[in-house]
Design a protein around this ligand. Sequence first.
Ligand SMILES: [Zn+2]
Length: 387
Amino acid sequence: MVQLDFMFPFAQTKGSTAALPALSPLALSCSLTGASVALAGTMPFVNDSLQEKYSRQMLFAGIGPEGQQQLLASHAAIVGCGAIGAAAANLLVRAGVGYLRIIDRDFVEPSNLQRQTLFDESDALNVLPKAVAAERKLRSINSSVAIEGVVADLTPHNAESLLDGVELLLDGTDNFETRFLINDVAVKSGRPWIYAAAVASYGLTMAMRPGATACLACLLESGTATQGLEETCDTIGVIGPIVNLISSVQVAEALKFLSGQPEALLGRLFSCDIWTGRMQSIGVARHPECRACSRRDFTYLSGQVQPRITMCGRDSVQIHERARALDLGALHTRLKPLADDVRQNGFLLRFRIAPYEMTVFADGRAILKGTKDPAVARSLYARYIGA
Ligand SMILES: [Zn+2]
């Protein structure tokens, strides 16, 4: 290896005196050449601060100044802001996507912090909805991106409106029911979406473009692949590195599309086990009889498979109530003498009725911890929130 005896200029932070690792002469020459060319040019679409903010990304030949311009004008949505969604949101906002909508139904808990990189201890302490905590954090990271956090559960009734007005959808969900719903919306509207999932040390991702590639129904309903990730993070755990790797591949695909380079998309199902080091990508053919992208039968979007109560992690269920606004303050007053640890912020209310803990959102949804039994959930909801 050739040792360099000077500082590597564009990896150096202001005031840094730390010596940087040696790089090959080839890498150095490519980088410096790119720097001199791109920085010398004029880019009227961005002001000086934006030009500086995205300078390293614009130096990258795959994006360049024109790609950055397209990225700055792009609109994307992430459904689910858990580990993958949070990591993807972080990368997209730093990269300068123009607008990002983050839809999430859940709130921050201490067990999230090991891998969900947007959140911190104060978010968990304040039981902030993830969409709210993510929006706040992301605004402080890049104030030039329009960010909209939406506290909601994606359902057949709201999916099309919640996913309206963006050209790309990203999967940050933790269940196949919601993924098939996203797939239905994407295929119906002819927009691409990027599937991503991780459990334990294993993960998968694929950019799906209606009409051009297989869709999720081609992949999972036609028998060409197994469901693969039936286990969940709540049953067999997950480590942070695989989440970050998969979301990085997912966001690389997003950047290709949003910066106007769809021909660079992998078009394959990428998978990796970061513990064993096994990594592969496989081609997935469209299924000629696919329910969604061939027959245009949008079963999930038409609501035929949406139960009112669903499993939601280990030992908890979600109650999808009819959309109705709850007065959380009034509920707080009513529950105070009946329940333990009644706590409320502007977005949700939580209380304990041992051995259960219920979190109720302003839209009428609730998550009940301590049972897998839908009948118990229905009964407790009716008793404490109202039938
Ligand atoms: Zn299909």
